[in-house]
Design a protein around this ligand. Structure first.
Ligand code: FPP
Length: 252
């Protein structure tokens, strides 16, 4: 994702409509606990919500939808829950990839692949390869992703180029570093939504979020639907994005 914050001008041709929406899908566990169900059931219902939201995003003319599906910090959860989450990813790709492809969805994956099981890496690659030429909606799956790790890797790659004499340190600015992140061609998110009422980024797209509008929704992820997405977009439309400049009324 590029580090240049710019207003959304593509998509449904309205500056108040987000081109790129990113979602922290939080609250699966609490949704399940409130119903006396196992956490795994909350995650399973979370995938159902995800299916609906992907369809809704496409219908609403969103061009990029980034979802936080497994964080670098989620490894600290019990092994059984990690197994459940990986199982859901496997099933999601096996069961839904053909439909996503038919619907013109391009799947992209950000995050660290090293250390993931080979069959997971193969499935992620299969999803990316099959859908490479689609352009209706880019579904960016943040898997084994952490923003600090992403930035550290970018710094490592730049440092290597300096050490190899291929780059002058004084040539490195914010734009340069942005080009070394996981998906430099994807525009920064206009809108970041977090469900479940929690109000923090939790190591998600922290570089790219420099000028994102943040909307915190009080429903748990399994209950998030098209109407909730529309509500968050309506909230976004009410915000005034200034990108460090002046308000439109006073800035001319
Ligand atoms: C947060 O709920 C959610 C996650 C850690 C994972 C999100 C995963 C899914 C929606 C399903 C898997 C996605 C794919 C693409 C297969 P939580 O467990 O932190 O909930 P809590 O805070 O209420 O405990």
């Amino acid at each position: 994702m590029s580090n240049v914050a710019a207003p959304a001008t593509e998509g449904p041709d309205r500056a108040d409509h987000p081109l790129h929406v990113a979602i922290i899908m939080d609250g699966n566990g609490r949704w399940a606990a409130a119903r006396g169900l196992p956490r795994a059931e909350g995650h399973r219902r979370g995938v159902e919500a995800l299916r609906k939201v992907v369809r809704a995003a496409s219908e609403l003319g969103i061009l990029y939808l980034t979802i936080f599906s497994f964080s670098a910090e989620n490894w600290s959860r019990p092994a059984t829950e990690i197994g459940d989450l990986f199982g859901l990813l496997r099933r999601f790709i096996r069961n839904d990839l053909a439909t996503l492809h038919r619907d013109g969805v391009r799947v992209r994956v950000i995050g660290e692949r090293e250390g993931l099981e080979p069959d997971i890496c193969a499935l992620l690659k299969e999803a990316e390869d099959l859908t490479r030429d689609n352009n209706r909606l880019n579904l960016v799956v943040a898997f084994n992703y952490g923003s600090r790790q992403e930035i550290a890797h970018a710094a490592q790659r730049l440092a290597r180029e300096v050490a190899d004499g291929k780059r002058d340190p004084s040539s490195i600015d914010a734009d340069t570093l942005g080009q070394y992140l996981d998906a430099p061609d994807i525009p920064d998110p206009d809108l970041i939504i977090r469900t479940s009422g929690e109000q923090r980024l939790s190591n998600f797209l922290m570089w790219q979020a420099a000028y994102s509008e943040l909307v915190f929704v009080p429903v748990h992820w399994p209950d998030f639907d098209k109407a909730a997405l529309e509500g968050a977009i309506a909230e976004y439309a009410r915000r005034e994005r200034r990108f460090g400049g002046l308000a439109a009324k006073t800035g001319s």
